[in-house]
Design a protein around this ligand. Structure first.
Ligand code: PMP
Length: 426
């Protein structure tokens, strides 16, 4: 029986872990069925507890850009582990990775390491508020910046309405400081600035959205946001948790030639260990404790094993002049194959892609914001997901997610994927 051991393990997990998972999207809730329990991974492949192999297009939701069990990362972590796992003191490797990250990313002088993307974005917003002495922030519908209270805000009615909490446990007081705009809609941003003069500390944005499927910025949206921030004394925060060290060495700032004031990282920067980071120019970063007044801390922040994994990862990326070209070529090849197949099979679809982030939406409209993304056909996606899974192709279990392409994928893997997509959409 397919997924036999996964099903058994899930039943057991449900007894002791809420929903059987430690992060909700893993539970397959939006597509139905039993989540797969993974035993091991190597290169472009995952192997489940029933020893079934999958070509992996999730890649731990982004970090494994060079493939699973990537040898330099594994070696670095093993060597570091032998010296002890945590000291709660400064260590040399923290400066090494900080120096490298600062050299790769435009417009940042200093960086602080944390343990997740959530922490990075949460801390970035606190820093922006402390630095500007303002309280409100703007976020975009459909963008995800982790699960800290300020970001779990759903749409209120009308553009200039204050946000309302989208999760019980988030207070109205917190929600009212988060203003919501529409991705790629400059007017919705301008209206918020008009209604909240001199009150907006920061705009936070995924420069390429990846949490409503992949949605690129259009019509110089990022450049326009930069200008609005400059005119209003507001900081621009790029949440590059997905895009950082993935779209280019310098992330979206480099790709789109736009500078942000604070940049958040996660995923790739930790090489698969729990790492996040946020970075900015010195004048902003020195607002943080112990130099400045904005408090931010972490017992395990800068943990030696995590830093060893992250450093090995960033060094590999930095030393490979062809990496981003290869990723672009592989993902373009996949995109082209998918477009041809779905067109030949008379499917209604939209494909969005930036570099090695790609999404298929089963809808006829262009997808430029959350509303567009929500028009995609969910039952069709569910069937597509399960049909691929059965045939050994593992994509994210929700149409609001992006596929992350890894350099470990061979052209044979891509051809196999395109063949499977043809088979299931015929
Ligand atoms: N920002 C973005 C853009 C993300 O995609 C995510 C996670 N998918 C986060 C922040 C939160 O990161 P973490 O899950 O590591 O807390």
């Amino acid at each position: 029986m397919l997924y036999k051991r996964s099903s058994e393990l899930f039943v057991e997990a449900l007894k002791y872990i809420p929903g059987g998972v430690n992060s909700p999207v893993r539970a397959f809730k939006s597509v139905g069925g039993t989540p797969i329990f993974i035993k091991k991974a190597s290169g472009a492949y995952l192997f489940d507890e029933d020893d079934k192999r999958y070509i992996d297009y999730i890649n731990s939701w982004g970090p494994m850009i060079l493939g699973h069990a990537y040898q330099p990362v594994i070696d670095a972590v093993i060597e570091k582990t032998k010296l002890g796992t945590s000291f709660g003191t400064p260590t040399e490797i923290e400066t090494e990775i900080a120096k490298l990250a600062v050299s790769m990313v435009p417009n940042i002088d200093k960086i602080r390491f944390v343990n997740s993307g959530t922490e990075a974005c949460m801390s970035a917003v606190r820093l922006a508020r402390g630095y500007t002495k303002r309280e409100k922030i703007i976020k975009f519908r459909g963008c995800y910046h982790g699960h800290s209270d300020s970001f779990l805000i759903a749409a209120g009615s009308g553009l200039s309405t204050f946000g309302v909490p989208s999760s019980p446990g988030v207070t109205k007081g917190t929600a009212q400081d988060t203003l919501l705009a529409n991705f790629n809609d400059l007017n919705s941003v301008k209206e918020l600035f008009q209604a909240n003069k001199n009150e907006i500390a920061a705009i936070i944005i995924e420069p390429v959205a990846g949490n409503m499927g992949c949605v690129p910025p259009v019509n110089n949206f990022l450049q326009e946001l930069r200008s609005i921030c400059d005119e209003n004394g507001t900081l621009l925060i790029f949440d590059e948790v997905m895009t950082g060290f993935r779209l280019a060495k310098g992330g979206a700032q480099e790709l789109f030639n736009v500078t942000a004031d604070i940049v958040c990282f996660g995923k790739v920067i930790g090489g698969g260990l729990p790492v996040g980071a946020f970075a900015a120019r010195t004048e902003i970063m020195d607002y943080l404790a112990p130099v400045g007044p904005v408090y931010q801390a972490g017992t395990l922040s800068g943990n030696p094993l995590a830093m060893a994994a992250g450093l090995a990862m960033l060094q590999s990326i930095n030393n490979d002049a062809e990496l981003f070209n290869r990723l672009e070529e592989k993902t373009a090849y996949l995109e082209d194959g998918i477009r041809k197949i779905l067109t030949a099979n008379n499917k209604t679809f939209t494909v969005n892609r930036v570099g090695s982030m790609i999404s298929i939406f089963f809808c006829e409209n262009q997808v430029e914001n959350y509303e567009d993304a929500s028009k995609a056909d969910t039952p069709e996606f569910k069937k597509f997901f399960h049909d691929l899974l059965e045939r050994g192709v593992y994509i994210a279990p929700s149409s609001y997610e992006t596929w992350f392409i890894t350099d470990a994928l061979s052209y044979e893997d891509l051809d196999e994927t395109i063949r499977v997509i043809n088979e299931v959409t015929k």
